[in-house]
Design a binder for this molecule. Structure first.
Ligand code: OSB
Ligand code: MG
Length: 371
């Protein structure tokens, strides 16, 4: 497919409330949106990195740099007809999975549209809805946390993830568990603990958690393999799993029993699906993570989460959980059964609201295919 035109949009959308993790805080969704034009079609993608480098080394600015200087020229030169051709065209680019994944998403959208089907169908997903939960940032006090959780339960969420950090882990989990004995509850340490904290983390075993997500370092597998046997609760890896090879290492070593899949973290939906397939063949549950995406990234995540191995509720909440207004129409709304509906239209199946996108834009650059 001859890609005629590529536009990068650096946007900034305020969150309704700050999102505090163990090591950093997010106030706005600042990210790069990728727009492609080819054969009369328009494809959209979203890079998940933000202005912070808390979750990973990638940021909005590194995404822009890698796209502008390496990925955009490679796409113009390659005329990719499918995603494997795109991946071959960027094989010379090391690292930067979030930049690669943003372009890949826009290509998936284009290729699904060219095939005349929804992204879900194009990927082989099924069902008209996916199970979702809500990820709750660290609040100022445990009392405030209980209020925030109550509000999300009133909104209809049936699975809650608590962000934790030293000093705000066992107490917060205990309080939420006491208030909600049957809630599907899990926690996320975002790489803040060390193996020496195993004795402390063991206290979380008392709260019947679905899982403990990424307690130890973001590049670690070995220490997680030493931690998991000490816990009753399943360890779930997020940051540490950046490819299907890492998933294999983690499972072979017993570092986790569950994997959080984020297409952005692993370089795109193609690699995300490989991890899904690898885990499914081995009976290892996976679930769709989230990076507080706009409706563009959310549409892709919902489609991927409709693959059969995604047996646990995803971190894919409704647009209104994050934003005053989303950049897509229709926005994502929570169904009463704690699900999001999978868009049925062609490609991503959502309409980008250009007037909103333009209002949120800090910088825009259009690149044309060299003659
Ligand atoms: O670790 O899962 C994480 C958001 C930003 C960066 C990392 C994480 C998260 C979340 C939010 O937990 C999930 C969501 O998108 O709602
Ligand atoms: Mg996480």
């Amino acid at each position: 497919m001859k890609i005629e035109e590529i536009t990068l949009w650096h946007i900034k959308m305020p969150y309704k409330s700050p999102f505090q993790t163990s090591r950093w805080v997010e106030y706005d969704r600042e990210c790069v949106i990728v727009q492609l034009r080819a054969e009369g079609l328009t494809g959209w993608g979203e890079c998940v990195a933000t202005q912070n480098c808390g979750y990973s080394y990638e940021t909005t600015k590194t995404n822009w740099h890698i796209l502008e200087d390496f990925i955009v020229p490679a796409v113009f030169a390659a005329h990719p007809d499918d995603v494997p051709a795109y991946r071959a065209a960027i094989a010379h680019v090391s690292g930067h999975p979030m930049a690669k994944a943003g372009m890949e998403m826009a290509l998936w959208d284009l290729f699904a549209q060219r095939a005349g089907v929804s992204l879900q169908k194009f990927l082989g997903g099924s069902g008209d809805r996916v199970q979702v939960g809500v990820s709750v940032g660290i609040q100022e006090t445990t009392g405030k946390l209980l209020q925030v959780v109550d509000q999300y339960l009133a909104d209809g969420y049936r699975r809650v993830k608590l962000k934790i950090k030293p000093g705000r882990d066992v107490g917060d989990a205990d309080a939420v568990r006491k208030a909600h004995p049957d809630l599907l509850l899990q926690v996320d340490g975002n790489s803040v603990y060390r193996l020496a904290d195993a004795g402390h983390l063991k206290e979380l075993d008392d709260f019947n958690l679905l899982l403990i997500e990424q307690p130890l370092a973001d590049d670690d597998i070995i220490d997680h393999a030493k931690l998991q046997p000490q816990l009753k609760t399943a360890v779930c890896l997020d940051e540490s799993i950046t490819s299907v090879t890492h998933a294999r290492w983690a499972l072979e070593l017993g570092a986790c029993r569950i994997i959080n899949i984020k297409p952005g973290r692993v370089g795109g939906m193609h690699e995300a699906i490989r991890i899904h397939d690898y885990c499914r063949e081995r009976g290892v549950p996976v679930w769709m993570g989230g990076m507080l995406e706009t409706g563009i990234g959310r549409a892709a995540n919902v489609a991927v989460a409709s693959l059969p191995g995604f047996t646990l509720p995803g971190d894919i909440s409704a647009s209104a959980r994050y934003f005053f207004e989303d950049i897509v129409d229709p926005p994502f709304a929570l169904n009463p059964d704690s699900t999001l509906s999978v868009p049925a239209g062609v490609g991503l199946g959502v309409q980008v609201r250009m007037e909103v996108l333009e209002r949120l834009t800090l910088r825009r650059e259009m690149y044309r295919r060299p003659a």
